[in-house]
Design a protein around this ligand. Structure first.
Ligand SMILES: Nc1ncnc2c1ncn2[C@@H]1O[C@H](COP(=O)(O)OP(=O)(O)OP(=O)(O)O)[C@@H](O)[C@H]1O
Ligand SMILES: [Mg+2]
Length: 504
């Protein structure tokens, strides 16, 4: 059989997708399953890692049979995944130690406060490119150790393994307890606070600082290289790429040159700017992160503006408030009114990420009057995504010498025309979307296909990028600045809501 397709697995915050792509980068077939979100306490967010693995075992055969594709027609498998989410599991049984702690979870906020005091942000930024935040994995490992006697010892003895989701899936795909590969890639490892951002190796000082035993950590391999063969689901097919979902989207958007940027609008939204082989330190609240490392080529870095809550605010509006019954209805509802009626929502559900990094912030709705309808609230929901993007773009422009001229976008929220027009309006630059909106999956497929020789080079991939939609800025600048000012005043009101323990 000829190898006609590349398989991509996108293990996201809400669902697991399996997509097959052909040589032109066209989507051939997709299968998807959602998994449950657990919110056991305010600020806690958990997933069941076994449920995720079960879902993967279903979507892979579904994608193959829907597309009428045989396993031996698949050239390689690439994996993209929700980042930072922390799984600990037993090496002998393959059973997770409790539920996975998700990137949105804020239970480690008191630990973050301590770290910002001592040793301070600089200690961490220097080594891993990240400021202390509830967002990253290391503090979750520490939290788990602090809440389970004996767990650290078991980790020290190599009985308990740590991984982000790609490690968990690759370990299971390659044999699990029976010799499964325990590996990660630098894009994922760069989000743990444990990897040295220069050397791409586990940093001894950081490991000591967080008290994380080395035997529990995966081996850091390249983002694209042959890791090994799958032993289940697609036995014999090579797994040749792993990337954090946002870096995968940057790759799928073919942002291969320094200065190219994209923003992915999903559960949260993430703007990444390729900075080439140069590691740029942000002075305005962005993260320094690994964009990708292909085989033994030099590391490519990125600056990232991470926004925790965008699409998930729409989900909250739908599932928790019940004001709409499907995500696209947010646009219909927002269009029942002319403007926001003076109402702003700051969705600091997990504190605020870039560029502010405030774990003490919580969500607020301001400007409420008797005039406000659900339509105004719907507008405020969408506008929150626009303004948060603006803050991140401002930070990026302040950090780099060349201002952003155009924004490539992708992700589920880009189906919303009102929102995309608003993003173009508040940024004052064109917003463009490619034909394949599933850029996370496409990026994982591209990386896997490159490593497997299915595609020859980056130029071939670039030629697959085609524009499907464009939004041009069309907002009076005085009006824009006035609204931005209102937004910033709203944000001020979200800050400092969570008080340090013992401060009352
Ligand atoms: N028309 C719409 N308007 C606004 N938001 C929307 C619309 N359609 C979907 N969304 C939001 O987009 C998000 C889904 O986007 P996408 O499918 O890219 O995310 P995802 O990849 O599933 O997320 P994750 O990777 O975190 O699981 C949801 O949070 C949903 O609320
Ligand atoms: Mg996703």
């Amino acid at each position: 059989m000829v190898e006609r397709y590349v398989m991509s697995i996108d293990q996201g915050t809400n669902s697991t997708r399996c997509i097959l792509f052909d040589h032109q980068g066209r989507l051939v077939t997709v299968a998807q399953r959602e998994h449950q979100q657990h919110f056991p306490r305010p600020g806690w967010v958990e997933h069941d890692a076994l449920e995720i693995w079960r879902n993967l075992r279903r979507v892979v055969p579904e994608a193959l049979s829907d597309g009428g594709v045989a396993a031996d027609e698949v050239a390689a498998i690439g994996i993209a995944n929700q980042r930072e989410t922390t799984v600990l599991w037993d090496r002998r049984t393959g059973t997770p130690v409790g539920r996975a702690i998700v990137w949105q979870d804020t239970r480690t906020a008191p630990l973050v406060d301590d770290l910002r005091e001592r040793p301070g942000d600089e200690f961490f930024l220097e080594r891993c490119g990240l400021p202390p935040s509830t967002y990253f994995s290391a503090l979750r490992i520490r939290w788990l150790f602090d809440h389970d006697d004996g767990l650290r010892q078991r980790a020290q003895d190599g009985e308990v393994l740590f991984g982000t989701i790609e490690s968990w899936l690759i370990w299971n795909l390659t044999g699990g307890a029976d010799g499964g590969l325990h590996i990660t890639d630098p894009t994922n490892a760069s989000r743990t606070m444990l990897m040295n951002i220069r050397t791409l190796t586990w940093d001894t000082e950081l490991l000591d600082f967080f008290g994380v035993p080395r035997p529990m950590l995966p081996e850091i391999r390249s983002s694209a290289e042959t890791y090994g063969e799958a032993r289940t689901l697609l036995p014999g097919v090579r797994i040749t790429a792993a990337l954090g979902d946002q870096q995968a989207a940057l790759f799928g958007q073919t942002c291969f040159s320094p200065g190219e940027a994209k923003c992915t609008y999903g559960t949260g939204s993430f703007l990444l700017l390729n900075t080439g082989n140069e590691m740029v330190r942000s002075r305005h609240g962005l993260l320094t992160t690994v964009a990708y490392k292909i085989d033994d080529q030099p590391t490519v870095y990125a600056l990232e503006g991470s926004i925790a809550v965008t699409g998930s605010l729409v989900q909250w509006f739908r599932d928790r408030l019940g004001l709409i019954s499907s995500a696209p209805e947010i646009e219909t509802l927002a269009r029942t009114v002319e403007d926001n009626g003076g109402c702003y929502i700051v969705p600091a559900f997990s504190g605020l990420f870039a560029p502010r990094w405030r774990s003490d912030a919580r969500g607020v709705i301001v400007g409420l009057t008797s005039y406000i309808t659900s339509g105004h609230l719907a507008r405020a929901v969408l506008e929150a995504t626009g303004w948060q993007t603006r803050e991140v773009v401002d930070a990026m422009n302040a950090d780099s010498s060349v201002p952003l001229k155009e924004l490539k976008v992708d992700g589920g929220m880009t189906a919303d025309n009102l929102l995309m027009q608003f993003v173009a309006d508040v940024l004052g630059v064109p917003v463009v979307r490619p034909m394949v909106a599933e850029t996370v999956s496409l990026g994982a497929a591209y990386a896997a296909g490159l490593a497997a020789g299915y595609w020859s080079d980056l130029e071939v991939l670039r030629r697959n990028w085609h524009r499907a939609a464009q939004w041009l800025p069309d907002m009076d600048s005085a009006h824009r600045e006035e609204e931005y000012d209102n937004w910033q005043r709203a944000v001020e009101r979200s800050l400092g809501w969570i008080r340090p323990p013992g401060s009352r």
